[in-house]
Design a binder for this molecule. Structure first.
Ligand code: HEM
Ligand code: HEM
Length: 178
C-alpha cells in the first residue's frame, strides 16, 4: 500500500519548522554557492558589486536560520528512522548530518571573518568589517574556500544518499522532509 505525503503519520515526518527551514536553507545555500563561484566571471564588470552584496546578504541570512534549525533539532518531536535500517546505518546518518551542520557553520563564520570591508545587508543595514587585519582576513578566506568545497561535496553525497534510499533501497525517506 502506498502512503501519500498528507496521510504520513506525524511521527514519520519532520515538523513544519524543520521542513520549511531545511528547504529555505537548501535553496539559499545552493544559489549562493553557484553565484559565489560565478563571481569569478564577473570580476571587473558592473555586476560584481551587486551579486557580491546579494551573496553576502543571503549568506548572513542563513546564519540565524541555521542556528534556529540546529537548536530546534534538540527539542522537536523525534522522527525515528525506519525500523529496518540497521543501528550502525542510523548512527552514520546522524553523524553525517551533524558533520553537515558543522561545515556549514565553518563556511558561514569564515565568510564573515574574511571580510576586507563592510557591506550593506540587502542595501538596508550597514554591516561593519568585524576583523580589521588583512592577514587574518586572508586566512579566513582560505578557510571559506575550503569550507565551500567541503559543503559542495557533502551536498552531492547528501543528494546521492537520498536518491539511493529512494530508488535502490525503495525506502521513502524523502517524504520525511516534504
Ligand atoms: C544545501 C542544501 C542542503 C542542506 C544544507 C541539507 C541539510 C540537511 C541536514 C543537516 C539534514 C538533517 C536534518 C536534521 O536532522 O536536522 C537533512 C535532512 C534531509 N535532507 Fe537535506 N540538505 C540539503 C539539500 C537537500 C536536497 C536537495 C534534498 C533532496 C534530494 C534533501 C533531502 C533531505 C532529506 C530527505 C532529509 C531527511 C533525512 C532523514 O532523516 O530521513 N536535502 N538535510
Ligand atoms: C550560504 C552561505 C555561503 C555560501 C554558499 C558561500 C559561497 C561562496 C563561494 C562559493 C565563494 C567563492 C569562493 C572561491 O572563490 O573559491 C564565496 C566568496 C565569498 N564569500 Fe561566501 N558564501 C556563503 C556565506 C558568506 C557570508 C556569510 C559572507 C560574509 C558576510 C561571505 C563572504 C564572501 C566574500 C566576501 C567572498 C569573496 C567574493 C566577494 O567579494 O563577494 N560568504 N562565497
Amino acid at each position: 500500500m502506498t502512503t501519500s505525503i498528507d496521510t504520513l503519520p506525524r511521527h514519520e515526518r519532520y515538523d513544519t519548522l524543520t521542513r520549511r527551514a531545511h528547504w529555505i536553507a537548501a535553496v539559499i545555500i545552493i544559489y549562493t554557492m553557484i553565484a559565489g563561484y560565478s563571481l569569478h566571471l564577473m570580476v571587473g564588470t558592473v555586476y560584481f558589486a551587486f551579486f557580491s552584496v546579494l551573496n553576502m546578504s543571503l549568506g548572513t541570512l542563513v546564519i540565524p536560520l541555521m542556528i534556529v534549525r540546529y537548536i530546534w533539532a534538540f527539542f522537536r518531536p523525534s522522527v525515528p528512522y525506519p525500523t529496518d535500517l540497521s543501528r550502525p546505518k542510523k548512527n552514520m546518518a546522524h553523524l553525517a548530518h551533524e558533520m553537515f551542520y558543522l561545515i556549514i557553520f565553518v563556511m558561514l563564520i569564515s565568510g564573515v571573518l574574511m571580510l576586507t570591508h563592510g557591506f550593506p545587508l540587502f542595501w538596508l543595514i550597514d554591516i561593519p568589517q568585524p576583523i580589521i587585519n588583512p592577514a587574518v582576513n586572508a586566512f579566513f578566506f582560505k578557510i571559506h574556500r575550503v569550507a565551500c568545497i567541503a559543503v559542495s561535496v557533502t551536498l552531492v553525497l547528501h543528494i546521492a544518499a537520498v536518491v539511493k534510499h529512494q530508488l535502490i533501497d525503495k525506502r521513502d525517506i524523502l517524504s520525511r522532509m516534504l
